[in-house]
Write a protein that binds this ligand. Sequence first.
Ligand code: TRP
Ligand code: SF4
Length: 324
Amino acid sequence: MAIVSGMRPTGPLQLGNFLGALDNWVKLQHEDKCYFFVADWHALTTGYEDTEKMKENIRLMVIDWLSAGIDPEKSVVFRQSDLKEHAELHLLLSMITPLSWLERCPTYKDQLQQLSDRNITTYGFLGYPCLMAADILMYKPEFVPVGEDQLPHLELTREIARRFNFLYGPVFPEPQAKMTKVTLLPGLDGRKMSKSYGNTISMSGDPDEIREKVAVMITDPARARRKDPGDPEKCTVFTFHKIFSPPEALPPIVEGCKTAGIGCVDCKKQLMENMIAKMDPIYRRRQSFLAQPSLVDDILAKGAEEAREVAQRTMSQVREAMKL
Ligand code: TRP
Ligand code: SF4
């Protein structure tokens, strides 16, 4: 049984994407056959107006994947738009998907509100979950590693699979969500990490970027002066320490903060060095991948070929079941 997951190429990945999803993909590679794909058609559902940066975004995202440790020898790494079979399956599934299922999908209503500056009252955007169902069912996976925000889509995928099997006979097993144990990384200011708040750190950040960003992080507001004691639980720097620093480094920080034994500047210095140590191998790998101009194209070409073998098999079964 396989594992399938995709990501939309909407720009450079953030440190939060790395800890929340990619890190998990890297581990899954050892458990099962993994299909990881660039969901470029899905990126069009909300970003169809400006496609100028699409190619570059795809390249940089795949380089981020490789830097994190996705191994194209082990996993099938491909681009959705290279597999026309996904479009065919999407079309066929769209025939059996009631409009009401799509309209009542919570992410649909949510996004319509949140992205009110764009016109996404389109056919394609409404069909987002239907396309996602095609992406997933194509490889008949056992698991789909996704974040919580994607659960409604996975539920719909199972409903669509059930309906297909009911109408035409059993073709699709129902995939389960593999909820990633996410390390939720807050933004630099303690709010949710989000590009629109300008509080992010990119996954590909070099040591200088990390130092700069940590230097401006908000600390416990009660520690206005060096001699004021603080509370690490009220401090984003400490939240980051819990993620990036070795466990034995934490008690002295707690103690030092509460007794004003250490200053925030020193506390941040420790954090910077621990973050740099953790991200440095990724950063180095990235530099070497960036220097190889045809690397991503080669990987995507090989991945498409491998994925196509499975996709063609599934589509033969689908056409046969539907008597096409
Ligand atoms: N909707 C997913 C997201 O935004 C991306 C995606 C598209 C996906 N197709 C998929 C994820 C299939 C898992 C499986 O994160
Ligand atoms: Fe935050 Fe560290 Fe300063 Fe305490 S000492 S307030 S944990 S930065």
